[in-house]
Design a binder for this molecule. Structure first.
Ligand code: SIN
Length: 271
């Protein structure tokens, strides 16, 4: 197995491995590569739905996605589709997945099934680096704060769940309170854990009071030096660590169809 870093912060391509017949030793090495590089991807993988679920389950319990049904017979595989005639897409905001849950997913897997002729890349940001580069004073102050994360906060007036088969729209008031700076439960490193889709306010403050500092933090996440851009090819399978990254799905491919299969793996309660 060869690990090829993609930027000075995060992202690595893993070569020399067939995920349809991965051994326990290889699985450990893949997990270590994910901990080391935060986002990893594999080209030219050919997995049935069953094998895809089996691979994902090697990292923990598969988690139900609150707002979409799975593909037929596979409740944990969410199909994310943007068709030729649609203009809205899913995930075109900087975010970490489902932080409105008590136990947000630690890992997301995304498998490219059909891609536009051009565009549709995904950007990733390293939130360890964002946290480490804050001043000591601000980091200490944020270390004392929690944030309220909500399923219904969106920065623009859009339905962010439009491009998945919608269910449970009544759950959009789901909320969870998490530390603004979390400690990764496997690496022990600290990462910023507020994001522009779901983080509503600091605990004990209202949204108006919270927004100036939240917006400053969101802008830090967007700095290009913290980012890695994944150019998908069909049959690329990527996985990222939601505890220490954020991502942004570029919506720059109107007129083309893009079909991705997503699985989320349950994490621990952030601390
Ligand atoms: C997501 O935000 O989970 C989807 C990312 C993508 O479609 O590239």
């Amino acid at each position: 197995m060869e690990v090829i870093p993609q930027s000075s912060t995060l992202g690595a391509e893993i070569r020399g491995i067939d995920l349809s017949k991965i051994s326990a030793t290889e699985l450990d090495r893949v997990n270590q590569a994910l901990l080391d590089h935060q986002v990893i991807f594999f080209r030219d993988q050919h997995l049935s739905h069953r094998r895809y679920c089996d691979f994902a389950a090697g990292f923990g319990a598969l988690q139900d996605y609150l707002f979409a049904d799975g593909v037929d017979g596979y409740p944990y595989i969410t199909e994310i589709v943007k068709t030729e005639s649609e203009t809205e897409s899913f995930g075109d905001f900087w975010h970490s997945d489902s932080t409105y849950l008590e136990r947000p997913p630690k890992i997301t897997l995304l498998y490219a099934r059909q891609l536009p002729a051009r565009g549709g890349d995904t950007l990733f940001a390293d939130t360890y680096a964002v946290c480490e580069d804050l001043s000591d004073g601000l980091r200490a102050c944020l270390g004392e704060l929690n944030a309220v994360n909500s399923a219904s906060v969106v920065p623009r007036d859009e339905n962010i769940y439009a491009e998945v088969k919608s269910k449970n729209s009544d759950k959009k008031d789901r909320q969870a309170i998490h530390p603004v700076i979390r400690t990764h439960d496997e690496t022990g490193r600290k990462a910023l854990f507020v994001n522009s889709i779901h983080s509503l306010a600091f605990e004990g403050m209202n949204r108006q009071e919270s927004l100036p500092l939240l917006r400053y933090l969101f802008a830090r996440v967007e700095r290009p030096e913290y980012s890695f851009r994944l150019r998908w090819r069909e049959n690329t399978l990527a996985m990222w660590d939601n505890r220490c990254t954020q991502h942004y799905a570029l919506n720059d491919y109107h007129g083309f169809r893009r079909v991705m299969h997503r699985i989320i793996v349950e994490g621990a309660r952030p601390r």
